[in-house]
Ligand binder design. Structure first.
Ligand code: TNX
Length: 467
């Protein structure tokens, strides 16, 4: 059985097969044809076997893919849609043909497909462990396979500040040399970061930068002690919630303004994430004061803001601020209320319930990497068995911008470690974000995963197996 993950809206197979050989060519839209030729190991031509055609698309963000006895044709109204069609085609190939077609039997089929949610994301924590540019590019290629279209980078935390800021250069001079495990950290120059943004764009993925405030700021205060009311030391442990900024100091707001202005300048995408989670050593009054001022400053730079759901404690958010929910599939105290607050203030919600969507939780007690909390361990089956519209009454499909799978990097030192924890659970999250709820079937998904992990092996993507 050939498989596509996430499950398409409609797939109708005909009798027979089509044989794709190494003499086949790709053409049509030049950008995506070039990409498809590269991943499939085929040439580009003007009279192609695989025709990627820009044409009126039946549904927003969607595409069609038709394999007949005469060849292959994809249609979409954007290059992004054609790129998605290529991902489906890659998955229809036998795994051993996925990195270079020699002779591949493909089913005669017609797929008509479009996403349930616009925002389909992964998050990579580059602060607890730093990941160099090439590692991030690898993860971008990995997640593109699953039709994810946003990569949220958690750029700053207690253990390190990972993005150069011209106006506050000590952030990366003194604030980036630490990480968990004490291997010396690292950071992205502005050119590094631009390279990541461009590479992501070539995979039709939008980078969402996060500067986590006002907690998770120990590294910033190591670099600039005046940002904290209390003395700080470099930190390479895994505790959370102990740091905060000097909330009543004007220096703090000059810092916020400078950092956000420079990050916004590096960000062609519409979103900017300001964190707001686990500010456990900030008083309620100070938290609300900080969020009101920091979000007002950030909104001036023209981006739609995103905050972890605690930010919804504020009723003074810029209109349309997006909330990212990280409590459980059964909301913990306050979480539903804080999340609904974003909706009341004109914003939508990204669902990342920690007990099913956090990719850094162990699969089972024997998993060497990963953390155990959030009702973990979290099996592959657990990661599939939930629906984002069934968590908070009043938050259904219309209130949801989408779904995101975060990976916090306390235990992952290399991108191979990241892949091991992410795959295949990230396939569950991608299917939940893309496929119609009624199309999902755990038993049948498990069968498709068997094939999918063969593809992961062929592509050199580490994974934790399907059990
Ligand atoms: C919670 S949930 C965090 C992170 C940790 C993660 C570990 C949330 C927004 N923050 O600071 O890295 O748990 O799983």
């Amino acid at each position: 059985m050939t498989t596509v993950i996430p499950a398409p809206v409609s797939r109708v197979d005909g009798p027979g097969t089509f044989t794709l050989t190494s003499s086949a060519t790709v053409g049509g839209d030049t950008v995506t044809a070039g990409y498809a030729a590269e991943v499939l190991g085929l040439a580009v031509s003007g009279d192609p076997t695989i025709d990627l055609a820009l044409a009126a698309s039946p549904a927003p963000g969607g595409y069609s893919l038709e394999i007949t006895s005469g060849g292959i044709r994809a249609e979409a109204d954007t290059a992004a849609g054609l790129f998605l069609a290529v991902q489906s085609l890659r998955q229809l190939l036998p795994a051993d043909q996925a990195t270079g077609v020699t002779s591949a039997e493909l089913p005669i089929t017609r797929i008509d497909d479009h996403p349930r949610f616009h925002y389909r994301g992964a998050m990579l924590d580059v602060a607890r462990h730093f990941f160099p540019v090439d590692a991030v590019k690898k993860y971008i290629d990995d997640i593109a396979l699953l039709k994810l279209n946003h990569l949220h980078l958690h750029l700053t935390d207690d253990q390190g500040w990972r993005i150069h800021i011209d106006s506050w250069p000590e952030l990366t001079r003194a604030g980036a040399t630490t990480e968990i495990g004490g291997r010396g950290g690292g950071f992205y120059s502005k050119d590094d970061y631009r390279e990541i943004v461009l590479y992501a764009a070539s995979r039709f993925i939008t980078i969402v930068p996060e500067i986590d405030l006002p907690g998770h700021t120990n590294a910033a205060s190591v670099a600039y002690p005046e940002l904290s009311d209390v003395p700080v030391e470099p930190y390479e442990g895994i505790e959370v919630g102990f740091s905060s900024l000097a909330i009543r100091s004007e220096t703090t707001y000059r810092f916020v303004d400078d950092v956000i202005r420079e990050i916004a300048g590096l960000t062609p995408g519409p979103y900017l994430h300001l964190g707001g989670d686990e500010s456990l050593s900030t008083t309620d009054d100070d938290f609300l004061y900080f969020i009101q001022r920091a979000t007002a400053i950030a909104a001036r730079y023209g981006k739609t803001l995103i905050g972890w759901h605690e930010m919804g404690r504020s009723t003074a958010l810029p209109a349309g601020t997006i909330g990212q929910y990280w409590s459980f599939t059964t909301p913990q105290e306050g979480a539903a209320e804080h999340t609904l607050s974003f909706v009341r203030q004109g914003g939508q919600i990204i669902m990342s319930p920690a007990d099913v969507a956090y990719l850094d939780i162990k699969y089972d007690d024997a998993t060497e990497l990963g953390l155990v909390w959030a009702n973990g361990p979290t099996s592959v089956a657990d990661s599939y068995d939930w629906d984002p519209a069934a968590i908070i009454p009043g938050i259904g499909d219309e209130q949801l911008l989408g779904v995101e799978a975060p990976l916090w990097s306390e235990t992952t030192a290399t991108i191979g470690d990241v892949e091991y924890l992410a795959f295949p659970r990230i396939a569950s999250i991608a299917e939940i974000a893309w496929s119609p709820a009624g199309k999902r079937d755990a038993v049948e998904f498990r069968q498709r995963l068997d094939r999918f992990v063969q593809l992961l092996d062929a592509l050199g993507i580490h994974h934790g197996g399907v059990a």
